[in-house]
Write a protein that binds this ligand. Structure first.
Ligand code: AHM
Ligand code: MG
Length: 365
């Protein structure tokens, strides 16, 4: 064997060298996430089969196998992290409120945010789905994490990553020193480094948006998409259009090939000018990864990593990928969408209200 084999455990361990005072706790959380990813991957791969088996075994079923896959993923990540003494609190897209660490377990210095299985409408049709996670450091004084520890700006993230359950399973993460991708070798059950130091290619190949919503788009976004359609992919062809409808898969493709993903705020409902993507579980994590890979993520106004959160389930418009393409979206919005901006800014600038923050936004959209 000539090629250097680096497992994710080894890689995460070696990354710790960037932090001479590190205790290893943070490293261990990433390793726990890698194990959760393997379990979810196994179940995802046999989802169709499992539901068939579940139906026939229903009389003596243990229950686990029949869980919907997103509930299963949620439960696996919780079970990997509730008892380790590393996390002070957890939050999941599947829960309205902060998930406390059970009182009989110790707590640690980190809060873990996750969307256990994103793109869940794609599960039943066998299309790629993903898990997204991010980690903040707890800064409040008590031993239990609070909502304030969770609702920090993306700029303060210490790590983020995703797992894509696609033609193969990959885990991609950053701990603030580049973005690194690992492919799951199903034979031995190990994530092996396959994509070290991922950077966004300078020339984009694709643009990614749900064209079905064109009737709701703002004037600026319509102009922007027309502009994208006039751009060249660096090989004498127009940018291709790709849309899977699984954020992780759409982001991952554009990260490797160059491109821009947009889920804009739109005019569908005047009371909801903020699109669909969730700030705390989806946008912050991917924005951090994009930045680490040399790209950029904006809500059309400015850097998503600078947006001050006000609710666990807050939503945010997102433009993410090659920096030049994302900045162009900002320019079109500034030029044509002052009306939309006026309706979105009060939501963006909402101040954190601790009493409301727990569930704020869970019903928005
Ligand atoms: P989910 O959290 O309910 O799975 O929804 C999030 C998903 C993203 O993965 C994807 O980018 C988006 O929804 C697609 O939405 P739409 O079908 O409106 O284009
Ligand atoms: Mg989601």
């Amino acid at each position: 064997m000539t090629q250097k084999l680096i497992t994710i455990e080894r890689h995460i361990q070696e990354q710790q060298a960037h932090h001479p005072n590190a205790t290893g706790v943070f490293t261990a959380i990433l390793q726990d996430m890698a194990l959760a990813a393997k379990l979810i991957s196994r179940e995802t791969n046999r989802a169709g089969l499992t539901s068939m088996l579940g139906a026939t075994e229903s009389e003596n079923a243990t229950g686990d196998r029949q869980q919907k896959l997103d509930m299963y993923a949620d439960s696996v990540i919780f079970q990997m992290n509730d008892h380790t003494g590393r996390c002070a609190a957890l939050v999941s897209e599947e829960h309205d409120e902060l998930i406390d660490i059970p009182m009989h377990y110790d707590t640690g210095n980190y809060v873990l945010l996750y969307d256990p299985l994103d793109g869940s409408s794609n599960i039943d049709v066998n299309v790629s789905i993903g898990t997204i996670f991010s980690i903040h450091r707890k800064f409040t004084r008590g031993d239990r994490g609070t909502i304030e520890d969770v609702l920090q700006r993306g700029k303060r993230l210490v790590a983020a990553g995703y797992v894509i359950y696609g033609s193969s399973t990959m885990m991609v993460y950053t701990a603030g020193h580049g973005v690194h991708g690992f492919t799951l070798d199903m034979g031995v059950g190990e994530f092996i480094l396959s994509h070290p130091n991922i950077t966004v290619p300078p020339t984009a190949r694709y643009y990614t948006v749900n064209h079905g919503y064109e009737r709701y788009w703002t004037p600026g976004f319509k102009e922007y998409v027309k502009w994208l359609q006039q751009q060249d992919d660096g090989r004498g062809k127009p940018l291709g259009h790709r849309y899977i409808g699984s954020l992780v898969a759409d982001f991952h493709r554009n990260l490797l090939t160059g491109g821009v993903f947009a889920y804009p705020g739109d005019l569908r409902d005047a009371d909801k000018p903020y699109g669909k993507i969730r700030l705390m579980y989806e946008a912050q994590a991917l924005a951090f990864m994009a930045e680490q890979a040399g790209g950029y993520a904006s809500d059309g106004i400015g850097d998503i990593l600078e947006v001050r959160p006000h609710g666990l389930h807050q939503r945010v418009p997102i433009f993410i990928g090659n920096r030049d393409l994302v900045e162009k979206a900002e320019a079109f919005i500034q030029e044509h969408d002052q009306e939309w901006i006026a309706s979105y800014l009060p939501y963006r600038n909402r101040i954190l209200d601790l009493e409301q923050a727990q569930t704020n936004g869970s019903s928005e959209g």
